[in-house]
Design a protein around this ligand. Structure first.
Ligand code: AHR
Length: 506
């Protein structure tokens, strides 16, 4: 079947922030230790213990930001334990993730060094659940205050005279759950209090992100918006927070204990995963609509700072480490999310996939028994979509009903698309979620001229296909000749279960 669509090249949509392609690294399993950070004694190429092949792979994606140190871990993390000589840093138990000992060798200085190597902005999640206002306030001072002050002196004594720049600041994480089991009303008060004492030092400007809702909890968002709606007029420093977060994971299995395998899944499970992934649109639209009631000018951002697939851990691995493989199915989950992100870029200002290395829907898997580092199919979607960073979104208007199929009680639209333009180039992303049927798309390009296009495709023989140290390129992008432009019409053939990007000069 052919799907007809129109893109008006001269009708600008909202700007797609590069921060929609953000990342998340928690002290969880082998994400930080054994992923990003291998320690100063490692035989692998590293700088200050930070693994350089991982850094380079993420630089190649233009990684815009990195959220740290959690997740749930953030609300048990005490930053002063992670500064100073490593042999004097106290050990704690990571109660959330495997009950393992955390030696605090990766702390504030190491994280900021990692961000500098990556060329990424830090996004720090402060501890509201078990910390204090003073502790958070002093962490901000330690990181960002120049000149002479107690925290600036402490930072200098630990080897860093100049302050860092930190913009993104999280006021706790999942306050409705692991971040303190608070009610929305109680948390709103806490966020106001903590936010008040997170100061702007010098010319550093914090962008404070309050811990938002889980999935479809619109009442949480409504409460936070109601509690902060009027504060902008009252505080000379501005609002105590500037954005709300949202967490939504793509989970398919019937129960939390049985989320299904990351690699051994049926076609029915594949479609159920796609239905779950596509639900992100309903959720973002729903939370955005609640926010619109209080903030029509859209000055408060929505930040989806945890998203991605969550399957059963790989057999034989620590259940608390959340290590899962990553298949072509994960790649299509990511591509569908990005189309939605582009559509809601006027409210959605940041998103962070969970998590970057060795945890949940990772970009990168490292082998604990060798030097191998594997780029996952999800990594390749981030790479192929890089041209959307800070681009102007262009609406894709359908002229024919898109193909769909029934999946249980739901209807899954099986072709997903989005488009943008930047620096005189058009970029169109197209996903065919149908596991067996191809699709053909014709896009009438109006209001501009595109003479020729180049395309790339990410697909494989089966949706279960994935990359391993032994076969790292099983699912990798290839040049694709299934796209052409004639008389202002772009035609793209989409094989089953494929992701295609098409670009051309405008
Ligand atoms: O990403 C894993 C965990 O999922 C995070 O720590 C928590 O915020 C969420 O529940």
């Amino acid at each position: 079947m052919t799907i007809d669509a129109v893109v008006n090249l001269d009708l600008d949509g909202p700007r797609i922030s590069r921060h929609l392609y953000g990342h998340f690294a928690e002290h969880l399993g082998r994400c930080v230790y054994g992923g990003f950070y291998v320690g100063e004694d490692s035989a692998l190429a590293h700088e200050g213990g930070i693994r350089l092949d991982v850094v380079q792979a993420l630089r190649d994606l233009g990684i815009p930001n990195l959220r740290w140190p959690g997740g749930c871990f953030a609300d048990e993390y005490h930053w002063r334990d992670g500064i100073g000589p490593k042999d004097r840093r106290p050990v704690m138990v990571n109660t959330h993730w495997g009950g393992v000992e955390e030696n605090n060798h990766f702390g504030t200085h190491e994280f900021m060094a990692l961000c500098e190597l990556l060329g990424a902005e830090p996004y720090i999640s402060g501890n509201v659940g078990s910390g204090t206002v003073r502790e958070m306030s002093e962490w901000v001072e330690y990181l960002t205050r120049g000149g002479d002050s107690p925290m600036a002196r402490l930072r200098a004594a630990n080897g860093r005279a100049e302050p860092w720049r930190v913009r993104f600041w999280g006021l706790g994480n999942e306050a409705w759950g692991c971040g303190g089991n608070m009610t929305a009303e109680h948390y709103a008060q806490e966020a106001r209090r903590y936010g008040t004492y997170c100061r702007d030092h010098g010319d550093n400007r914090l962008y404070k992100i309050a811990a938002g809702a889980n999935g479809g909890d619109y009442a949480w968002t409504e409460t936070l918006m109601r509690q902060i709606g009027h504060l902008g007029c009252q505080h000379i420093d501005g609002t105590p927070y500037h954005a709300l977060s949202l967490h939504y994971y793509t989970i398919t299995g019937p129960t939390w204990e049985d989320k299904g395998s990351a690699t051994a899944f049926s076609t029915d499970e594949y479609y159920a995963t796609m239905v779950s992934a596509a639900r992100v649109e309903e959720l973002i639209a729903g939370h955005a609509a609640v926010m619109d009631c209080y903030d029509r000018a859209r000055t408060i951002g929505l930040v989806l700072d945890e998203w991605g697939t969550w399957f059963d851990v790989e057999p034989g691995t620590n259940p608390g480490f959340l290590y899962q493989q990553n298949t072509l199915r994960d790649a299509l989950v990511a591509s569908v999310h990005f189309d939605v992100f582009h559509r809601y870029a006027d409210r959605l200002v940041m998103a962070n996939i969970a998590q970057t290395v060795n945890v949940l829907q990772a970009m990168i898997l490292t082998d604990p028994d060798s030097d191998a580092m594997v780029r996952t199919p999800t990594y390749h979607v981030f790479a192929m979509n890089r041209g959307h960073h800070d681009a102007t979104s262009l609406r894709v208007d359908l002229r024919t009903a898109p193909p769909s199929r029934r999946v249980g009680d739901a209807t899954l639209t099986t072709v997903s698309m989005s488009a943008s333009r930047k620096d005189g180039r058009l970029l169109v992303s197209l996903s065919n979620l149908d596991a067996a049927e191809p699709a053909d798309v014709t896009i009438d390009l109006r209001g501009g001229t595109v003479e020729a296009v180049a395309a790339r495709i990410l697909t494989s023989g089966a949706v279960q296909d994935h990359n391993t140290p032994q076969a790292p390129e099983t699912v990798a992008p290839q040049p694709y000749d299934g796209a052409s432009v004639t008389g202002g019409k772009l035609s793209v053939h989409l094989p089953p279960h494929s992701f295609v990007t098409v670009s051309g000069a405008l």
